[in-house]
Write a protein that binds this ligand. Structure first.
Ligand SMILES: [Zn+2]
Length: 199
């Protein structure tokens, strides 16, 4: 592990030297960062390797899928090459993130949910909004460049972003929103519409 390389570079090098074999959390904790010393919050970097860079790193939570029977402090890299399809979240430039959110009205572009709407698949939770890659959404892979162009992104909620199981996601209509308002605001809407239609 060379000095001057980032923690992530060093950690992925360790994983790649042991494809398909167990790497322990304690080993990952000893991997040095740029200055040659261990870093704090190193496990967060491991999740970034998985979620942002697309490396197929599995842990005990994936035991059902992998059949590997890993313990809580064990990690395995399954394949040496990252897979863009595995990328779960991308880190965005704040400006791009804000621009896309504003443009799309802080609203999921598929189902219309906002952060104030309930998650239909997780009772008691609200949805969370992400930026999704338009091209990935259209089912084309490749072309992961130009990642700072707002035109490449749209707002998606976690429900729609998670994919196929959601073909039956209910759209949130304006009427659904009005129904959720408090009595006073509902009355204002009613008075407004009444006036509009009596013109
Ligand atoms: Zn949605």
């Amino acid at each position: 592990m060379a000095k001057g390389k980032s923690y992530k570079q060093n950690a992925i090098a360790l994983f790649k030297s042991r494809i398909g074999k167990i790497v322990k959390s304690s080993e990952l904790a000893r991997v040095p960062g740029k200055d040659g010393n261990p870093i704090s919050h190193n496990i967060r970097r491991i999740f970034e390797l998985r979620d942002e860079d697309g490396y197929d790193i599995v842990n005990w939570k994936d035991n059902d899928k992998t059949g590997l029977n890993l313990k809580v402090d064990e990690w395995v890299l399954l394949s040496p090459e990252p897979n863009p399809e595995k990328i779960r979240s991308r880190r965005f430039n704040k400006r791009v993130w804000l621009e896309v959110m504003k443009r799309d009205n802080y609203q999921c572009q598929i189902c219309g949910r906002t952060k104030d709407d309930d998650d239909p698949f997780r009772p008691g939770h609200k949805v969370t909004l992400h930026l999704g890659h338009k091209k990935a959404f259209k089912g084309r892979s490749g072309d992961w460049g130009a990642s700072n162009d707002p035109d490449n992104y749209m707002v998606l909620c976690n429900v729609c972003n998670e994919g196929a199981k959601n073909t039956d996601v209910k759209e949130i209509t304006m009427l659904d929103r009005v129904k959720k308002l408090d009595e006073k605001t509902k009355k204002e809407v009613y008075e407004y519409l009444k006036k509009e239609f009596e013109k």
